[in-house]
Design a protein around this ligand. Structure first.
Ligand code: ADP
Length: 374
């Protein structure tokens, strides 16, 4: 918008008319004081400022405006009666562009100058926009890089822990073998196997992440029984965590069409998290609801829970709740992989949780999906 400041009403009207005819939005002020008030309230691209006015003259207005942050990019065209006044023009005003036109105003020249200032203003605005986008992008990349560095350091640590255990058990094994103590050999072997399985899971997760990233995670969908899958999963989980009582509520549909191994992976992920983040509790529920078109599977625990503002983030890559991360081992990728798997099946993941009371991580799956070719 352009602000015209002139104490002569006829000048104001005629200038306004011409500019509006050329599609410029125009505001007017009939004194320096009024102009200052308006500049405080609105943003102007350009101010056309009469130099000779009673009260505050044009130069004083310009000087005052130069202190306003709102008018930082505003250009000024002075209208002056005589050339001699122009030596004052640059005094004090160092903000947007400056120019002048002598009276009587040649409208063609004024229009040319107005258009030039508008063009410069537009270019400036675009440059500022581009600069902002670039700064945002740099900040985003720096954040991503930091997250990745953190992840590499956590991942190496997580891989090293089971590896160190395996090394220890192999040394113990060697001694037990030398002694011919078969019972101890078996015990150490079983323990080494548990650690190797952990290592295997970690590496599988890391491979999944890289496959997801490169779009190479493939699905092998077919019909299978969710009930049978759940039975198998619960048996394995129960063996490793006999202190937990896991119950199933609801009846699963006879068959679902999905990638069996990947759905098993998601359920195991929810269940192992439910156990990991619920120290000191014994109860876990698997809640199943079968609608006409949708299956709901929720894993309910009574553990530490998640604060409402963090619940959305837990499905993000590398995200771990900061306050609790030091107490629990993990890479922060299990839920991200689960979410991707479920979304690629046309379903949704989510969590309902109360801090200190527990969580229900759930996924839904469409029951009559279009059988696409993967
Ligand atoms: P990880 O457990 O390896 O850190 P996940 O991607 O499985 O990674 O989980 C991401 C984060 O979500 C966890 O670090 C934890 O803070 C939070 N979280 C996951 N499951 C639960 C749960 N059942 N109860 C409380 N917090 C959980």
């Amino acid at each position: 918008m352009i602000l015209i400041v002139d104490d002569t009403p006829e000048n104001l009207i005629s200038l306004k008319k011409v500019l509006e005819k050329h599609n410029f939005e125009v505001d007017t002020a009939s004194s320096g004081e009024e102009a200052l008030k308006k500049v405080l309230r609105n943003e102007y691209v350009l101010i056309i400022l009469d130099v000779q006015m009673p009260g505050m003259d044009g130069f004083e207005v310009a000087e005052a405006i130069s202190g306003y942050s709102k008018a930082k990019e505003t250009a000024i065209i002075f209208l002056s009666a005589a050339n001699t006044e122009l030596k004052f023009i640059t005094k004090g005003y160092s903000s947007g562009g400056l120019d002048y036109i002598t009276k009587p105003v040649d409208m063609d020249i004024l229009l040319l100058k107005v258009k030039t200032f508008y063009r410069i203003y537009e270019q400036n605005r675009k440059l500022i926009e581009i600069q902002k986008a670039l700064l945002d992008e740099i900040a985003f990349r720096k954040r991503a890089e930091r997250k990745k560095d953190e992840f590499i350091s956590i991942a190496s640590h997580e891989l090293k822990t089971p590896l160190t255990s395996v090394k220890g058990y192999v040394q113990l094994l060697e001694r037990s073998v030398d002694k011919g103590d078969i019972a101890t050999v078996k015990k150490h072997l079983a323990k080494a196997q548990v650690q190797l399985e952990k290592l295997n899971e970690l590496i599988a997760d890391l491979l999944d992440i890289s496959k997801l990233e490169s779009g190479k995670l493939k699905f092998n969908k077919k019909n299978f029984s969710l009930g049978t899958l759940l039975e198998g999963v619960l048996e394995v989980i129960h063996q490793a965590n006999p202190e937990f009582n896991i119950t199933i509520n609801g009846i699963p549909p006879k068959e679902i069409y999905a990638d069996e191994m990947r759905i098993e992976q998601v359920i195991i992920n929810f269940l192992t998290n439910a156990i990991k983040y619920s120290p000191g509790t014994k109860e876990i529920q698997v809640n199943i609801e079968t609608g006409d078109n949708e299956l709901y599977v929720g894993v309910r625990d009574f553990g530490i829970g998640i604060a409402p503002e963090l619940q959305k983030s837990v499905f993000e890559k590398f995200y771990r709740v900061e306050e609790t991360a030091i107490h629990f081992q993990g890479l922060g990728i299990g839920l991200y992989i689960s979410a991707e798997i479920i979304e690629r099946h046309g379903g949704e993941v989510g969590v309902k949780s109360k801090l200190g009371e527990g969580s229900e991580f759930y996924f839904t799956l469409p029951l009559n999906p279009v059988h696409e070719v993967e």
